[in-house]
Design a protein around this ligand. Structure first.
Ligand SMILES: Cc1cc2nc3c(=O)[nH]c(=O)nc-3n(C[C@H](O)[C@H](O)[C@H](O)COP(=O)(O)OP(=O)(O)OC[C@H]3O[C@@H](n4cnc5c(N)ncnc54)[C@H](O)[C@@H]3O)c2cc1C
Length: 373
């Protein structure tokens, strides 16, 4: 017998779970169709920053969307804890981008200025700080750090616990999780709704949300949408646990709530797989040890590579099909930072029937603009 749901969310990563959690508990029957534990997921390999300071150069709306999500995060984390007992260890003490030369610092300052001078930009607090000022906030700072950018809105979480909490919360709110259900085909039905063919048979749903990360590229055309996403590899190193020494997250390194230090993350285009490479890892480790010499004495206990879900311009894609009403697309490359907005703002829009003007800038139609004559 074909199972039927009001809404099917395709993809059980952070993005799909955040949306499914926001849809569930509103009197809607929500199914999460996922590949299962064998799936490659950015959601398992990310750096766990809830990051604001560098978001929005090229799209002012993305800056405001990110800032809004960061502001929702404290309430979101508290709700996840109340619903699931999971503490995702949110800390938003402000974060730094650290620079190891005057040239790096000039480039960073110039990028911040360009971002803040964009039309429609909603200002965020940030400042360039010199070595001595940063060393007062982080006493272990290496002498090679010439300065950096501080933004008091930046923070981080425990991202594996976030993944678990989103899953538990969606289920607690009544969603049905269907692992080992990779979606192979989606057919819009003549009277509305969708027939979804999975490896475990067919499912019907009144509406469908494609939140399958890199898998969206193949699924979107089935419902008249486009998802121009590509993989970009990031590599991460983890040290043994050590006494707390890093009170603020840095864009490329952070001390976790459990005491280990995560160092990353590289940005590698055209990856053939998720493998780590000693050249990239060594470069990351060298830079990190110049920023905080204490790291030079710690053992590396783990490393991994993971594939980011990167759109053509790096900004999220949120869309609604014109040819197959009821089909939505949700994808982004900062799914940790945006989890609160996805669950608390975007999902209610989808539950309510359609995307609102406030997220129109994120439509993939922005890629249809012909190149300049
Ligand atoms: C190295 C690295 C560092 C990062 N650091 C940060 C950070 O600090 N802060 C931040 O905000 N973000 C960060 N990110 C990004 C963040 O991890 C991603 O935005 C987020 O994980 C994307 O989640 P997703 O659910 O879209 O994709 P995924 O995690 O890839 O999940 C997609 C899911 O869809 C399923 N799927 C695919 N195709 C199908 C199909 N046909 N049928 C059914 N299911 C399907 C897969 O099985 C998978 O479960 C980082 C990413 C990487 C790789």
């Amino acid at each position: 017998m074909t199972r039927a749901f009001d809404i099917a969310v395709v993809g059980g990563g952070i993005v799909g779970l955040a949306v499914a959690r926001g849809l569930a508990g509103r009197g809607l029957g929500v199914a999460i169709l996922d590949e299962g534990d064998v799936a490659r997921r950015a959601s398992r390999g990310n750096f766990a920053l809830v990051w604001v300071q560098s978001k929005g150069l090229g799209m002012a709306r993305y800056g405001a969307w990110t800032t809004g999500s960061a502001a929702l995060w404290p309430g979101f984390a508290a709700a996840l804890r109340a619903e699931t007992g999971q503490d995702v260890s949110l800390a938003q003490p402000g974060g730094y981008s650290l620079c190891l030369s005057e040239e790096e610092l000039d480039r960073r300052r110039a990028a911040m200025m360009r971002m803040h001078n964009q039309p429609g930009w909603e200002p965020i607090p940030w400042e360039v700080q010199d070595h001595d000022r940063i060393a007062r906030a982080m006493p272990g700072l290496g002498r090679d750090v010439v300065g950096g950018v501080f933004c008091p809105l930046d923070g981080h979480v425990n991202s594996l616990r976030l993944f678990r909490a989103l899953h538990a919360s969606a289920l607690a709110r009544g969603a049905t999780y269907l692992p080992d259900h990779p979606v192979r085909d989606i057919a819009p039905l003549p009277g509305g709704g969708f027939r979804i063919t999975t490896a475990q048979g067919e499912i019907e749903a009144g509406r469908i949300v494609l939140a399958a990360g890199l898998g969206n590229a193949a699924l979107a055309p089935m419902v008249g949408l486009t998802a121009p996403v590509r993989p970009q590899r990031g590599q991460v190193l983890v040290t043994e646990r050590t006494a707390p020494f890093l009170p603020h997250p840095v864009a490329t390194l952070r001390q976790t709530d459990e005491g280990s230090v995560m160092i990353g993350d590289s940005k590698e285009e055209n990856p053939v797989d998720e493998a780590v490479g000693p050249g990239v890892l060594a470069a990351m480790a060298r830079r990190a040890a110049r920023m905080f010499p204490v790291l030079g004495g710690l053992n590396i206990v783990r490393s991994w590579g993971a594939l980011r879900v990167m759109s053509r311009d790096g900004f999220p894609v949120y869309d609604e099909s014109e040819t197959a009403p009821g089909a939505f697309l949700v994808t982004c490359h900062s799914g940790v930072t945006l989890a609160a907005a996805h669950s608390e703002v975007l999902a209610p829009m989808i539950a309510g029937g359609g995307l609102e003007d406030s997220v129109a800038a994120f439509s993939a139609r922005r890629f249809d603009v012909p190149s300049a004559a």
